[in-house]
Write a protein that binds this ligand. Structure first.
Ligand SMILES: [Zn+2]
Length: 83
């Protein structure tokens, strides 16, 4: 379901974010990403990754909920218009 979803892996060496496919990580117990900027090899542990991904998704959902709520309160309602 999240096949084409990408996540950013932050290089511990230079801080550059390297986007990788979620699918690629979940298919292996360990994934190595070559940093696009400095070439450092960043190891991604699938277990750890899954845990972090779950957290990110929860935070995202919370953010989306918040945005929706904020959007609703800011959207002009019919009552606010005078005709
Ligand atoms: Zn780097």
């Amino acid at each position: 379901m999240f096949d084409d979803e990408t996540v950013d892996i932050v290089c511990p060496n230079c801080g550059r974010k390297n986007p990788i496919l979620v699918r690629d990580v979940e298919d292996h117990s360990e994934t190595r990403v070559n940093c696009h900027q400095c070439g450092a090899v960043v190891k991604v542990d699938a277990e750890d990754f899954r845990r972090r991904l779950a957290q990110v998704r929860q935070e995202l959902e919370a953010l989306q909920l918040e945005a929706r709520r904020a959007g609703n309160s800011r959207r002009p309602r019919k009552d606010n218009f005078q005709i």
